[in-house]
Ligand binder design. Structure first.
Ligand code: WTA
Length: 653
């Protein structure tokens, strides 16, 4: 541990690498035009006129590479196919059942061209939306690259989402085509995902074609004139499809994420800014080179997979590993075994996964030779020092740095993190250290003042950066209101943070009503909406309860309508309603019936009071930042609410 942790900078003695970072960071903010122009030269452009960066009248939006033309698929594939990397491995893919596939850059290029030709034959044109609902098989990535190749816009939906969630997203994006597979595998079980799509399509009107990729062997219901098999259409596909020459700000994809209203937000990314950011962050944070075997063990259905399984690694010409299934299947050492077998050099996962492996015990990791690893990464939630130390000791063998990377769906790529590709500063377990070049991050108080060292406040990004999303699909007003009004002129991510006296940033979790369950964003109000759509429910409140592995789990409190009585059956029915509407990841761990919910005098539900009760904490532990009501009022509500739950729970026995 000493090697990485030693020489922690203090305000008096700054480590030399901190100065290197600060210098590059300063240059990037002083002259963004020059900084990003120079970096963009490493990539391919059809036209490279005009400015890299045009601030807009309402900062911190900007137009990035707006009058330049490029194509992400060209930069991810054709650029390498024209170089010595043509036959370099792009992906090693392993199925949960041990099946294997290897795709070189040239293999992938050929597959993507054919897929693009099939999409064109289905009538997909530039600007059309294509929904992708697929398991973690190479065709998932191939279909994304094919979509951006022809200038269409992909909307990937995590394969764990349920029919209603798919229908909502398809309706919002008005997708013309859905790409799916017949089935997927998880923990040895077969899931008929085509059936989920069929169910979803009962509630949509825009979808003209369903393109189905064969993964399994079972008989699948195919709807005439609507559903087509990929393997049949590909027989007459063209071998080459010219990439569309796209403007820098052309939307490349929509990725839905939870916010503080019931409607998921379609975070929309542009083309050139996102592309440059994916490439830049892949290099600066993961320090990739041609000898690396890079493994981001996320799901492509989330932003981490979009940027660090698909776009960042491919644009950088790296060899990556993709794994289809569960991390501890069939035995808890599945991941460690794969690191050994493929000689993985850089490994990126979430604190929830690390804690799950901690629970299984280090003996599983000790069975394997992990010495090829040189960088470990963490993403999605704050990493607690115990998990950090376990990861460092047993996976990194006390010699690999851990890059704790803070970012969001909206930011496109990593924003705050150690940067071994530039200079490796001494690490502090639990701190994401410093912002990347181009990221002007600081911590502000509720009164819009810069917070003092060690004072908890809100993270704020003061200037635009290339990876910044360009809008919320179909709702630009919501985009402005959600992100740019709390701190006028600045981007507000919705996170608590703190900066210590050495200038290190500590990200402390969400400041809004969005939960982080096993690293996934879940809006409490989305769950409440599902609950109140049940005839028995009058009112509900969902909060996040601290969990030793998943960080948070949803817990629901429900007031029933007159005429309904609490029962274990009703509890199961309500939890199942959430599973069926959103998916199993959103299922509450507990559901309590109550007679009333704690509210302020103005009628706002006091979530922190409910949270304190659910976690069996005292109301006094609550942070003052969230405290909008008087302490007395909160205390009274706390006591009353506690009693309400107990009385109903007793009725149940
Ligand atoms: C949280 C995931 C602390 C944060 C890439 C953010 C983190 C939200 C970290 C975005 C980290 C992500 N330390 N918190 N290293 N990384 N978060 O959109 O609350 O799924 O706002 O993107 O995850 O979640 P999202």
């Amino acid at each position: 541990m000493e090697k990485i942790l030693n020489a922690l900078p203090t305000s008096k003695t700054i480590h030399p690498d901190v100065n290197v970072l600060k210098d590059v960071h300063k240059r990037s903010l002083e002259n963004p035009e020059l900084f990003w122009q120079k970096f963009a030269d490493e990539l391919f452009w059809y036209e490279k006129n005009g400015l890299a960066f045009q601030p807009m009248e309402e900062p911190p939006y900007a137009k990035w590479f707006a009058s330049m033309k490029t194509n992400i698929s060209y930069n991810a594939l054709d650029r390498h196919v024209e170089s010595w990397r043509k036959n370099k491995v792009a992906y090693y893919w392993e199925g949960e059942n041990g099946e294997k596939r290897t795709l070189t850059y040239y293999d992938l290029y050929r597959e993507v061209n054919k897929f693009a030709s099939v999409l064109r034959s289905l009538g997909v044109r530039k600007g059309d939306r294509v929904t992708i609902y697929m398991p973690m098989i190479p065709e998932l990535l191939i279909s994304m690259l094919a979509t951006v190749r022809i200038g269409a816009i992909h909307s990937v939906i995590f394969a764990g989402f349920a029919a209603q969630a798919i229908a909502d997203r398809v309706n919002d994006s008005q997708s013309k085509v859905i790409i799916t597979a017949d089935e997927s595998y998880r923990r040895g079980k077969t899931i008929e995902i085509k059936g989920v799509v069929d169910e979803a399509l009962k509630h949509t009107t825009t979808v003209e074609k369903v393109l189905v990729v064969r993964r399994g062997h079972n008989i699948v219901n195919m709807v005439e004139d609507r559903d087509v098999w990929y393997h049949e259409l590909v027989e007459s596909a063209d071998a080459y499809v010219e990439p569309e020459k796209l403007d820098g700000m052309h939307p490349s994809f929509i990725l839905y994420t939870s916010g503080t209203t019931g409607k998921p937000k379609g975070a929309t990314h542009g083309t050139a800014g996102y592309m440059v950011w994916a490439y830049f962050t892949q290099k600066v944070v993961f320090d990739v080179n041609d000898k690396d075997i890079f493994w981001c063990a996320a799901d492509v259905g989330w932003i981490t997979g979009h940027t660090y399984i698909v776009y960042g690694p491919l644009i950088s010409g790296v060899t990556s590993l993709i794994y289809e299934g569960a991390p501890d299947y069939p035995t808890p050492d599945r991941w460690w075994d794969m690191i050994e077998r493929y000689g993985v050099t850089i490994f990126y996962t979430s604190p929830t996964s690390i804690r799950m492996h901690m629970k299984h015990g280090e003996s599983w990791a000790k069975k394997h030779q992990l010495s090829t690893l040189r960088i470990l990464g963490s993403v999605g939630e704050p990493i607690n020092p115990e998990a950090w130390s376990w990861y460092y000791k047993y996976i990194g063998q006390e010699k690999t740095p851990i890059v704790d990377t803070w970012w969001q769906t909206e930011t496109g790529g990593i924003m705050i993190s150690p940067q071994p590709g530039l200079a490796l500063v001494p690490l502090k377990p639990g701190s994401a250290t410093f912002p990347l070049p181009g990221v002007d991050a600081d911590v502000y108080t509720e009164d819009k003042m810069i917070a003092k060292p060690d004072e908890k406040g809100y993270l704020v990004i003061r200037k635009p950066w290339p990876g910044e999303f360009i809008t919320i699909w179909g709702d630009h007003e919501r985009f402005k209101k959600t992100y740019f009004t709390k701190f006028p002129g600045f981007y507000y991510p919705g996170d608590f943070a703190m900066k210590d006296s050495d200038g290190y940033l500590w990200l402390l979790g969400r400041a809004d009503e969005v939960l982080k369950v096993a690293g996934h964003r879940i809006g409490t109000i989305e769950l409440e909406n599902v609950l109140i759509s049940h005839p028995a429910v009058a009112e509900s409140a969902v909060i996040g309860k601290a969990d030793p592995i998943k960080m948070q789990v949803p817990v629901a409190f429900v007031i029933l309508r007159p005429g309904y009585t609490p029962s274990p059956q009703l509890r199961v029915e309500l939890i199942n309603q959430i599973r069926q509407a959103i998916g199993p990841i959103a299922a509450p761990q507990a559901l309590y019936f109550v007679n009333k919910l704690p509210k302020t005098r103005s009628g706002k539900i006091m979530r922190r009071v409910i949270g304190a009760v659910a976690e069996e904490r005292n109301i006094g532990d609550i942070t003052t930042l969230e405290d909008e009501t008087s302490v007395e009022e909160a205390k009274k509500a706390y006591e009353e609410f506690k009693l309400e739950i107990l009385s109903v729970e007793e009725n149940l026995r």
